[in-house]
Design a protein around this ligand. Structure first.
Ligand SMILES: Nc1nc2c(c(=O)[nH]1)N[C@H]1C(S)=C(S)[C@@H](COP(=O)(O)O)O[C@H]1N2
Ligand SMILES: [Mo]
Length: 217
């Protein structure tokens, strides 16, 4: 019995280890890539900008974030309201579907889970739809958003999030490809049925899991 468990643990470890190798079996830099870089991704320096090309300019005094749909308490936060919520700092990796990744990005803002505590999704709410100031949108099941590392961030590496990267506030969902994180987020809507977003209706995967190389539908 104990022997079997040991064998399984070894095999699991080996499978994890193999993920740190490229397809042709050449070993990548172990310290950097082991357990960190999803298949088909490469580490990039800096932080590329990637979006539809419209970078809306939203002065803080005009910025609002609406929480709507199937919630007990629909609400609209202005900047002061947003800043009055508990602010949390996280460090996470970022994986873009176009194959670049960045490691150790520091973010600070409001946890999605905090937002859930305030707005309280109804039992029928099973999906989340994010809409942005540039008319971008994206969607996820509620359980993907109800996670300890999903953040509405207003900073990157201890600086205010730049307009190019989605400031004043964008969403980060570290366990999914980056297109699931809405820049310039304007509305978060809780839904009973899934509603595909901008890229999801254009052939991108609905689930977007980097470790499964789940890029296109
Ligand atoms: N509002 C908005 N959010 C968006 C996008 C967009 O075009 N508009 N592009 C998505 C895509 S495809 C990616 S890869 C990431 C890129 O974020 P970055 O430009 O900060 O690197 O933002 C995502 N969020
Ligand atoms: Mo992307």
């Amino acid at each position: 019995m104990e022997r079997n468990e040991k064998l399984i643990a070894k095999k699991e470890e080996w499978a994890k280890y193999k993920r740190g190798h490229t397809e042709d079996g050449v070993m990548q830099d172990h310290r950097q890539r082991h357990d960190r870089l999803p298949p088909g991704q490469h580490l990039t320096k800096g932080w590329p900008v990637l979006d539809l090309g419209i970078h809306p300019s939203i002065p803080l005094e005009q910025w609002t974030l609406q929480i709507s749909g199937l919630v007990e308490t629909p609400l609209t936060w202005n900047w002061q309201d947003f800043m009055a919520q508990p602010q949390v700092r996280l460090v996470t990796d970022f994986h873009c579907v176009t194959t670049w990744s960045t490691f150790d990005n520091a973010w600070e803002g409001v946890l999605f889970r905090h937002l859930m505590q305030i707005a309280r999704p109804l039992p029928e709410a099973r999906f989340v739809y994010f809409a942005s100031y540039d008319n971008y949108s994206t969607n996820l099941p509620l359980e993907a958003c109800d996670d300890a590392d999903v953040l509405l961030t207003r900073t990157w590496n201890d600086q205010p999030l730049s307009q190019d990267h989605g400031g004043p506030v964008r969403v980060i969902i570290p366990k999914r490809y980056a297109w699931k994180g809405a820049k310039w987020v304007k509305e978060i809507r809780f839904l009973e049925h899934d509603r595909p977003g901008y890229w999801e209706v254009r052939g991108y995967s609905n689930t977007a899991l980097p470790w499964d190389e789940d890029r296109y539908a």
